[in-house]
Design a protein around this ligand. Structure first.
Ligand SMILES: [Zn+2]
Ligand SMILES: [Zn+2]
Length: 377
């Protein structure tokens, strides 16, 4: 099949900015030097552009995982133009298609199934979208958002104003305008773009799939460091309406922390979280399928498959009991409904169910590990 025509503006833009950053920044560093203030300003700009995409474009507008105060929306709209990844409306429209048609080599705009290069940047270098480029029918909600539409209408002006204005003002404040244009302007632009592109490429190739194996999305803690927490992409693809990507306390997800901080001071509300029961069930089911598929290749595996099914059913039962009581405990605490003695009886039962669920989970993981190991030997 004939490939669509090349979009030369994009090819030239990505090539020139990349080559300029790779040569001019080191040259200026060696000949004039950058101060620690320049580097700090560069890091601040990286976070501003990057997190306007992750917390704004992605989790706020594309997925509606929380509501934000208009001031926050306005700051994200400017930061999104600074990141130069198209308008929030366009970005969200592409991204919603990506989730709906994930991995479809034709319909998913940045399908990882078309290879690393295509999903990273290749999809923007040719006119793959053709007539559907400006079809925003999957974003009717955003078309009613005044800030999103204002940014969409004035996008190019905002791109120029932020990409020249912010480094210029920082340069005038700190000193050495050229150094700031190179670091906070050029280098920041190239790096923040590629760090976001990694989510479409690397996060669909490298990492683990604990929550679902139905698509290519991966969880990758290393990638989370470069993507402001978006490396936990396997979780994100199955629970896209959750404002978190890294759900454990030790997961590096600064986007989640920032949204929480906004909520604490009243700048964000209605933060959506996936119930623990659904998360644990998805994990158990994924592991169960993996072990079943492995065992299916072995002769005389019926006993093992039956044992696996029994333990899985038991696991879900204990999870269900534990979650039901947890809900009750939260309700009681919220409404202060019971007498002290009734409350302590309830808490004892709750801790028992929690321990039973934890024990069953450990036994379940051990059983799967044993069966998977046996299937290899
Ligand atoms: Zn994805
Ligand atoms: Zn997403």
């Amino acid at each position: 099949m004939k490939k669509p025509p090349i979009i030369w503006t994009n090819v030239l833009f990505f090539s020139i900015t990349f080559l300029a950053a790779a040569t001019l920044v080191p040259w200026y560093g060696f000949t004039h030097g950058f101060t620690s203030s320049h580097w700090l300003a560069f890091i601040a700009c990286m976070f501003y552009a990057g997190m306007s995409i992750t917390a704004g474009y992605h989790r706020l507008w594309a997925h509606k995982t929380y509501d934000a105060h208009p001031v926050v929306e306005f700051i994200f709209a400017l930061g999104g133009a600074f990141a130069l990844q198209n308008s929030a409306l366009h970005w969200s429209s592409d991204h919603r298609v990506h989730h709906g048609q994930v991995d479809d080599p034709v319909k998913d705009p940045y399908a990882a199934t078309n290879g690393f290069w295509y999903s990273h940047i290749g999809w923007m270098l040719r006119d793959y979208q053709g007539d559907s480029y400006s079809d925003y029918s999957n974003c009717r909600d955003l078309q009613r958002n005044k800030i999103v539409m204002w940014q969409h209408r004035h996008y190019m002006k905002l791109v120029l104003a932020t990409n020249i204005g912010i480094p210029l003002v920082l340069g005038l404040m700190i000193g050495d305008v050229l150094a700031m244009l190179l670091l906070a302007g050029l280098l920041r632009l190239v790096l923040s773009q590629h760090f976001t592109f990694f989510i479409n490429s690397v996060a669909h190739i490298w990492g683990s799939r604990p929550y679902t194996e139905k698509n290519t999305a991966r969880d990758n803690g290393v990638l989370a460091l470069f993507t402001y927490g978006e490396g936990y992409h396997n979780f994100h693809h199955i629970f896209a309406s959750d404002y978190r990507n890294g759900i454990k306390w030790f997961h590096y997800d600064p986007t989640k922390w920032m949204i929480r901080a906004f909520a604490a001071v009243g700048l964000a509300k209605k933060l959506k979280r996936t119930p623990v029961e659904r998360i644990e069930k998805a994990k158990a089911e994924t592991l169960m399928n993996r072990t079943q598929n492995r065992l299916a290749k072995l002769p005389l595996a019926q006993d093992k498959l039956t044992l696996l099914q029994q333990e899985y059913d038991l696991l879900l039962k204990k999870l269900q009991h534990y979650c039901a009581l947890k809900k009750q405990v939260l309700e009681v605490k919220k409404n202060n409904m019971l007498q002290q003695c009734e409350k302590s009886a309830l808490m004892t039962q709750y801790h028992e169910l929690e321990a039973a669920w934890e024990n069953q989970k450990q036994a379940w993981l051990a059983l799967n590990a044993r069966l998977l190991k046996a299937s290899f030997s």
